[in-house]
Design a protein. Structure first.
Length: 52
């Protein structure tokens, strides 16, 4: 599969992942929203690292 992620897109995914990770850990919210925030953060980090 051809990688189509540029450096700007990768940086944006890392920033979004970091923000959602911080929100998921420190912001008081329901457990369902916390799981969603942490899951989306993980997906953002994985796709940035893999380049998809």
């Amino acid at each position: 599969m051809k990688k189509n992620v540029g450096s700007v897109d990768r940086a944006i995914r890392v920033i979004i992942g970091a923000v959602l990770l911080i929100v998921g850990i420190f912001v008081q919210m329901g457990s369902g929203l916390r799981v969603v925030a942490l899951t989306v953060a993980a997906i953002a980090f994985i796709t940035a690292a893999a380049g998809f």
